[in-house]
Design a protein around this ligand. Structure first.
Ligand SMILES: C[S@@+](CC[C@H](N)C(=O)[O-])C[C@H]1O[C@@H](n2cnc3c(N)ncnc32)[C@H](O)[C@@H]1O
Length: 247
């Protein structure tokens, strides 16, 4: 795998943005509403692997119902996860490993989930193979359809872009942090851009039966502030939950 070290260093620096306690400010959504969305898709499962778990903003709330195993290649993300899980008394098993090489035998988990951690991978198709291999029953992938060359609308150009430029400067001033810089740097390591269609195709090629593609859940997890800003700025990136059954 190329450039893993550089990529990991960027993720190590993004820990505060992915902290459970910062979820409403950074993701502008409720971690517990997110967990409910996933939980109802894996009701018949017990042992769950969260691939690219970050600082555990999804794993920790899910651990109230499931036996959670959380995998990330960033040790700093996992250290933060440990702090929060200890504070909340959540039972989460942490695994410091690469998503391209999941260190478990075939079908070790009832479900394998992955939220916003396919797009950062240098070989997402290969990681999907690993995810499918590690699952016995269910696969749930949450991603965005972030097309790099999508045309901006007038509202996005005139209101959205200036608004977020001001917001980014404010964030930098208030926190002394510049997460955008890390995301920008990371882009150069990605040869493949992911999309719902592409991930669906990879899963189907591996024999997974797609049971649901849901683009409607965003409203159910977003905070009021987030919904308001989506309406004003015109930026409302499409996100999907893709669920599949292993045959
Ligand atoms: C956008 S964050 C999402 C974090 C978490 N899933 C969430 O929703 O809060 C992507 C995560 O994927 C992890 N990641 C990126 N590349 C990885 C790889 N090759 N193997 C394992 N984890 C990786 C990063 O460290 C980061 O924590």
């Amino acid at each position: 795998m190329t450039n893993t070290k550089q990529l990991r260093e960027h993720w190590d620096k993004l820990v505060p943005e992915y902290d459970l306690n910062n979820h409403r400010k950074w993701f502008w959504s409720s971690p517990y509403a997110w967990a409910d969305e996933i939980a109802r898709r894996i009701t018949d499962c017990k042992k769950v692997l969260d691939v690219g778990c970050g600082a555990g903003a999804l794993s920790i709330p899910l651990a109230r119902e499931f036996d959670l195993y959380s995998l990330d290649f960033s040790l700093d993300m996992l250290t933060q996860l440990k702090t929060r899980k200890d504070e909340l008394g959540a039972d989460v098993e942490m695994i410091n490993a690469d998503a391209h090489k999941i260190p478990f035998k075939d079908e070790s988990f009832d479900a394998v989930i992955c939220r916003f951690a396919i797009w950062p991978l240098s070989n997402p198709e290969y990681a999907i193979e690993e995810i499918v291999r590690a699952s016995k029953k269910k696969i749930v992938i949450i991603e965005g359809d972030w097309s790099r060359d999508e045309k901006r609308t007038l509202r996005q150009k005139v209101i959205g872009k200036p608004f977020y430029a001001i917001y980014d400067s404010y964030y930098k001033l208030a926190t002394g942090r510049d997460p955008k810089k890390h995301f920008k740097e990371m882009k150069k390591y990605h040869q493949i851009s992911t999309s719902c269609e592409k991930i669906k195709e990879w899963l189907e090629n591996l024999g997974v039966i797609i049971t649901e593609v849901d683009y409607s859940f965003k409203d159910r997890v977003s905070t009021k502030k987030s919904k308001f800003l989506q309406a004003i700025t015109g930026f409302n990136e499409p996100m999907f939950i893709l669920s599949g059954d292993k045959t």
